[in-house]
Write a protein of this length. Structure first.
Length: 232
């Protein structure tokens, strides 16, 4: 009888060891490794810098004065060259001019909006606007497009007519350079200037005949490896 009990005890002990082995195996498969660390994402941030206008001098006499050292400029519709091959040229009057200002509308410390005011302009009046861009973020960026009075303008549409007065008649045409897509490194200024020509078209709207109107420009940048437009 004692031998039978010993055999039963031996079987029980072996079973316990077997279950213990399963328990240890199970514990080994459920171990957890915890890694502490901090993940920091990059930031996209930019602003206008060093803006300029070709004609930004108001006339001495508001009604106009000529000859003058700072005459107005004119051009043909569509910026087609004249007989001398020029796209724009000085004219025999000095009555129109423009002003620019950089604005931080969202109060984030960066000037992402450029406001332009045209004074006393008239059909065929020409001006040129140029600016540079600085990358204040931590990721390389490229300019994807600009927004003019809420209208998206991409590289593929380097020439475009716009209805600035809002009466359904194009009163403004622009043509800009091909520097969209240029890469700007973090903390650096763009080496290339971004600019466009502007030309006043004929518009019979009395509101437009005042010759004074305002438009805004915003630049939209994206991460350098997401740019899909035409290369510069």
């Amino acid at each position: 009888m004692r031998k039978k009990i010993n055999k039963i005890a031996a079987v029980f002990i072996v079973a316990i060891f077997a279950l213990s082995g399963l328990s240890m195996a199970y514990a080994a498969w459920t171990d957890t490794i915890t890694i502490d660390g901090t993940v920091t994402t990059g930031s996209l941030c930019w602003e206008f810098t060093d803006c300029r206008l070709l004609d930004h001098y108001p006339p001495i006499n508001y009604g106009g004065d000529f000859p003058t050292l700072t005459p107005d400029y004119g051009c043909n519709p569509g910026f087609t060259p004249n007989d001398q091959g020029s796209r724009f040229w000085e004219v025999d009057k000095n009555v129109g001019w423009a002003e620019q200002s950089l604005k931080d509308l969202d109060l984030d410390g960066f000037r992402e909006t450029l406001e332009v005011v045209l004074y006393n302009v008239y059909p065929c009046y020409f001006n040129e606007l140029g600016w540079y861009v600085r990358n204040y973020g931590t990721v390389p960026i490229k300019i994807d497009h600009v927004v003019i009075n809420g209208i998206d303008v991409y590289y593929q549409n380097f020439y475009q007519q716009l209805d600035i007065s809002g009466n359904g008649i194009p009163d403004f045409e622009i043509q800009y350079g091909d520097n969209f897509g240029v890469q700007i490194e973090p903390g650096e200024y763009a080496i290339e200037e971004f600019s466009f020509w502007m030309h006043i078209l004929q518009d019979e709207d009395p509101a437009f005949q005042s010759g004074c109107f305002t438009f805004t420009i915003e630049i939209v940048c994206i991460q350098w490896n997401e740019y899909t437009g035409s290369p510069p």
